[in-house]
Design a binder for this molecule. Structure first.
Ligand SMILES: Nc1ncnc2c1ncn2[C@@H]1O[C@H](COP(=O)(O)OP(=O)(O)OP(=O)(O)O)[C@@H](O)[C@H]1O
Ligand SMILES: [Mg+2]
Length: 586
């Protein structure tokens, strides 16, 4: 084809194809036969950002800078942005860039009128790991599916975890943090809880043990800091700065490489939460929020079928809420076909073709592009840094011509800002005040501890002290779990010991010394590192709605074939994406 069209004709095709009147981001200038045409600008209409996108390319080819460039322009257009800052190099957004000669030569060549600028950024840290306001989520709202993903559970174990959540929900046991979930599982595997475990069906004590071990692993990784209260409100991501620009929220991830799954799974939680909270908007002239999922392959590696399906559903449905989702990854083949097919806006940086595997991936990538005047296999392997092959959805909803594009450059600093600048931005953040201090309230752990005979736990909250009902009675809102008692005075230490015992049992190891059942519980069940605020304070969020009692006792409701229970659960999960659930606060 290229032999029959002149360079001029090919440039004209691109120029016309991107002559977009609607507000749009400018990505860069077209390149044809190695020449950059500053008058042929390659654009991405704001109104099509909710058709999602992909930024891909081998390491060092310019993906992060592309993300920064897009974030800046979205921000300037009043659109909030959320992104994961994998290497800390996006902190540069708060510092004006340096217009050196080399940069200005580059920006002039692509028709960009470059001036330095910096942007309003909120920094978040997962559970206080890294610089930023700590973000936390409750175990309940995270939901069994996402939690299974973080714990790397298989599908059977995942189903079991769903049962456990269901059980806790039926019993009105709030699962705020990891120790709450551990308390419930430990209870179910205790002598007192065994009959209930049986009733649950589909949950073997061996599986319960595996899950317990998974929880212990999470704690060992420090993730107990992530689960709990106050829970992050996803609406914080939708803010605008006083000057009308969109706020860029940067999730700082200094230890991502040790916790890749948590990060990507947390992002899915945020999306599910936004989905649940946001009204339908259909196609608007600009998105409400654009989300960049960096290192996206981590989300898909080894994911269960159910999880992949939920991602595909999320991607498909969230567009109508005005959210644009951009996956950033090295190779497009990292993204499952069902998701890839929904990513209309593509910025493909250079691909390597060293190995037969590479060659196959290259071929697969080329085949996903519309027909063009380029020899894409050739172009994709020879693109320079900061260049990409682009195709987007134009303002009429049709694919734009494929364009080899030399990208514009960010106006803020490429690379990290000074640590002191980041510290200052974090200190000035209103989010830090709101989310800076962990809180605790009467949840499953306290309930199961406090339900012990009088005096067994100094942590008992008056509400939960009225033990006396039995397991066969229907749970009532705010009532005690009654006969479902853990060992008297069970403390975190007891739970740890119990967890180890179960673990040893599963692994066929010699049993560790039995926990001393008479050990007095500490006066507070919360780890001392947490500031335990007054219950009132912690409960300033309305407590999770206790499940409405349906018919008879627990046995009547779920003491049926596990299949039925799972079907019901399946429906509940479809209701909220990923089965996440949370209180309505607005
Ligand atoms: N649009 C651009 N304008 C100017 N320089 C750029 C541009 N894109 C990339 N660069 C240069 O290339 C370097 C590498 O880019 P970047 O960090 O975005 O690569 P990457 O694809 O994210 O790599 P990795 O996979 O290792 O994270 C940048 O630090 C910058 O110097
Ligand atoms: Mg990068």
């Amino acid at each position: 084809m290229s032999a029959t069209k002149s360079a001029e004709e090919r440039v004209a095709t691109i120029r016309d194809g991107y002559a977009i009147d609607a507000p749009a981001l400018t990505i860069g200038a077209a390149v044809v036969d190695g020449t950059t045409y500053a008058d042929a600008q390659v654009k991405l209409p704001l109104g099509m950002m909710n058709r999602h996108g992909l930024v891909a390319g081998a390491t060092g080819t310019g993906k992060t800078i592309t993300l920064q460039l897009m974030a800046e322009q979205l921000c300037a257009a009043g659109v909030p942005v959320f992104l994961a800052d994998i290497k800390g190099d996006l902190t540069g957004l708060i510092t004006p860039g340096e217009g050196n000669e080399k940069l200005l030569a580059r920006t002039a060549s692509v028709g960009m009128d470059w001036t330095a600028a910096n942007y309003p950024v909120e920094f978040l840290a997962l559970g206080g790991d890294g610089k930023g306001a700590p973000v936390r989520a409750t175990v309940t709202s995270f939901g069994p599916l996402l939690l299974s993903r973080v714990m790397d559970l298989n599908e059977t174990q995942e189903s079991s975890l769903q049962l456990i959540f269901h059980y806790a929900d039926q019993r009105g046991l709030l699962l705020d943090d990891l120790k709450d979930l551990r308390a419930v599982i430990t209870h179910l595997t205790s002598d007192e809880g065994k009959p209930e475990l049986k009733e649950l069906g589909g949950l073997s004590s061996a599986t319960a043990g595996v899950i317990l071990r998974g929880l212990i692993n999470l704690e060992a990784q420090g993730l107990d800091q992530f689960f709990g209260l106050p829970e992050f409100d996803s609406a914080e991501l939708l803010r605008q700065a006083p000057d009308g620009r969109g706020v860029i929220t940067c999730l700082e991830l200094p230890t991502l490489l040790q916790k890749p799954l948590l990060t990507s799974t947390f992002m899915m939680w945020l999306l599910a939460d936004l989905f649940a909270e946001l009204p339908e908007v259909g196609d608007a002239d600009k998105p409400k929020l654009v989300f960049f999922l960096d290192e996206a392959h981590l989300l898909f590696n080894g994911a269960s079928k159910a999880f992949l399906q939920q991602i595909a559903t999320t991607v498909r449905l969230i567009r109508s809420k005005g959210i644009g989702l951009f996956f950033v990854t090295q190779n497009p083949t990292d993204v499952p076909g069902e998701v890839l097919g929904q990513l209309a806006n593509r910025v493909q940086h250079a691909l390597r073709a060293f190995t037969p595997e590479d060659a196959k991936a290259l071929k697969a990538t080329v085949s996903t592009y519309p027909v063009s005047d380029y020899d894409l296999a050739e172009v994709l392997t020879t693109l320079g840094t900061g260049e990409a092959v682009v195709t987007v959805m134009n303002d009429k909803g049709a694919p734009s011509p494929v364009a080899w594009t030399k990208l514009w450059s960010p106006r803020s600093r490429m690379g990290a800002s000074e640590a002191s600048a980041v510290d200052a931005a974090v200190a000035a953040s209103a989010l830090l005040q709101q989310y800076g201090t962990a809180t605790d309230r009467e949840s499953a752990f306290e309930r199961l501890s406090a339900a012990a005979p009088a005096g067994a736990s100094g942590a008992s909250v008056p509400d939960a002290a009225g033990a006396g009902s039995t397991a066969s009675q229907a749970p009532s809102t705010g009532g005690s779990v009654g006969g479902a008692l853990p060992a008297p005075g069970q403390s975190q230490a007891d739970i740890d010991a119990e967890a180890r015992r179960i673990e040893a049992e599963i692994l066929g190891l010699p049993a560790p010394a039995a926990p001393a059942p008479s050990a007095p519980a500490p006066s507070s069940p919360a780890p001392s590192s947490r500031s335990r605020k007054k219950a009132d304070d912690a409960l300033s969020l309305p407590p999770t709605k206790a499940p409405a009692p349906r018919g008879g006792g627990l046995g009547d409701q779920i003491g049926k074939a596990a299949v039925n229970v799972l079907q019901t659960l399946g429906n509940e999960i479809v209701r909220g994406m990923f089965g996440t659930s949370r209180r309505k606060r607005r």
